[in-house]
Design a protein around this ligand. Sequence first.
Ligand SMILES: [Fe+2]
Ligand SMILES: [Fe+2]
Length: 426
Amino acid sequence: MTPSTTQPALQRATDQTRPQTQPVASPAVRARTVAGRTTGASLQQALDSSATRKAQCTKSARILIVDDEELNVRVVRKYLADAGYSNFVTTSDSTEAIELIRSEKPDLVLLDIMMPEVSGVDILHVMSLDQKLQNIPVIVLTASNDGDVRHVCLELGVSDFLSKPVEPTDLLPRVRNMLLNKQYRDQLASHAEKLEEQVRIRTAELAASREEVVHCLARAGEYRDDDTGHHVVRVGKYVGVIARALGFASSRVELMELAAQLHDIGKIGIPDSILHKPGKLDPEQYDVIKSHCAVGRDIIAPLPSKEASMLRSHARLGASLLHVPSSPLLMLAARIAQTHHEWWDGTGYPLGLKGEDIPIEGRMTAVADVYDALSSKRPYKPAFPREKCFEILQEGRGTHFDPKVLDAFFHCADEIIQIQIDYMDR
Ligand SMILES: [Fe+2]
Ligand SMILES: [Fe+2]
């Protein structure tokens, strides 16, 4: 091989891969170019395959064709079948169209307008009034150019029109677009349904865990006071019975029943020597016992400092342990903890509230709490017989207790007794 023959051959080979007039790209630039081309190509591929996937999905869609001319039905069906559609329901009897729509639940309706007995407009009218049928897309096939009819059809929810005789070039893209739209809407609806279901489950879980936390807190408060056993549970249930008898909505009743279980949570702040003292308390010890209302209130939802200073000195026990003013349940529980020892005639504690100034929840819990204390064994007293308990409650009518609440309690005496039996102390 001579230099004269080698040089042109080498030149030709170089020319085929790189024109001499263009600068040589750096490896990095070449890499970017190749990557760019690859990315563009993959994007196009992804779009193509996504379009193919979607088109394939819509091919299995159920299409209802309604036309009183059997021939028209056959022609439209053939065009669609040639394009790959296979799931058809057809009729040339418009009187059975609505029934077919209801039973077959098509993804798309191709509907003639001018039909005897039941017209396309009649069918559209029925569909527009039925929530289950409103979202089924309809393409109207019509030979008429009547603007009024088209306007009525549009008002009744028609998505598109096709002029007869139908051409496949008009029919196929419209059918495909309509089915894709329907597919997107169905996906959105099913996604929304799943989300709603998840929200329902989470809400139920939250409600259950909130209830459990209240039970735990109530049991924790009760645990030191062994002799009262199921006291807080019974009091909660009695309050539920009274609230129902007084006509409160069931959601409110549930909240009250739960919140009333925390009425004695402030006993956490009472020393054992006083809480478990078998004999009579001296006045100072009684003051300490009385402070459980303020302690309970402060534990659950502390008062702003200005209001707190208005409480009696014993109300200072128990600093703010929790602050949850946004929870209706705990705000209710705080009101009950604070007011369940108020008396109807204003001689109760800790605030000396009177009559309807005492929150109704506090008045109901007062009756429930006293009945349970009377009918249960305590360090300082035996359990009294039921008749005696009822008599003592009656004696407190209008002084200790709100007469209306007392009436509700006696009205439901059977239920109260049943709760007493079900939740008897061991
Ligand atoms: Fe109490
Ligand atoms: Fe109590």
